[in-house]
Ligand binder design. Structure first.
Ligand SMILES: [Zn+2]
Length: 208
């Protein structure tokens, strides 16, 4: 497995650590109802792109030159964070709030493993050519509301609509998540257990 360094916010001064196997991560999706009635997981970065099964393969539709995803000089690939922090939760909420035309049912959180010919490591996470969902979680509303509030206070402290956005129903319900998990044949775990479930399926290299 060849590792590439991210162009933006690259990890400095040390060679890329070698990976013996998949990387572990956490991420979010937008749960959305399709015309068929099925509930699918949509990318929060590219909401028109849905995961069709628990295992997904990246394709790049961004670069001018055809290439395999991910590419260090591009932004393609399947993304995950190392940790489910305020930014990860805040960006998930933001994606749901701005995907109104897609009939979003709220953000769903999950643990993933990533692998492939190339894995691009960032300080905050990674992007890989392939990824698999190993567990999903219904967002803990109280916890996620607090995380979102901290995120909005940091990135949008003067926006009048920040509080209004934060008050919207942005988190998928337990029943929606159970329906999604059944469709993708993956287990549901509590949000606080996501990072440890991910670590059972992949590594987290030392990027210090
Ligand atoms: Zn690309």
């Amino acid at each position: 497995m060849r590792l590439l360094r991210a162009t933006a916010r690259r990890v400095k001064s040390r060679p890329a650590p070698s990976l013996d196997g998949p990387v572990a991560g956490v991420r979010a999706w937008i749960a959305a109802e399709e015309a068929s009635g099925a509930v699918v997981l949509r990318s929060q970065v590219l909401p028109h792109s849905a995961w069709r099964s628990a295992t997904e393969t990246a394709a790049c539709g961004l670069g001018r030159m055809p290439h395999d995803a991910p590419d260090e000089r591009c932004e393609c690939g399947l993304y995950a964070w190392w940790r489910l922090d305020d930014t990860a939760v805040g960006q998930a909420a933001d994606a749901v709030a701005t995907a109104l035309g897609l009939h979003p049912l709220g953000a769903v959180l999950g643990a993933v493993m990533g692998w492939g010919e190339r894995v691009v490591l960032h300080r905050e996470g990674w992007r890989a050519g392939r990824a698999r969902i190993v567990a999903l979680s219904a967002p803990d509303r109280e916890c996620c509301d607090a995380m979102l509030a901290r995120y909005l206070a940091r990135v949008e402290p003067y926006a009048d609509w920040a509080a209004e956005r934060a008050a919207r129903s942005l988190w998928a319900s337990e029943s929606v998540v159970r329906r999604v998990a059944a469709g993708y044949c993956v287990p549901v775990v509590p949000q606080r257990g996501l990072e440890s479930v991910a670590r059972e399926h992949g590594c987290r290299p030392d990027l210090a």
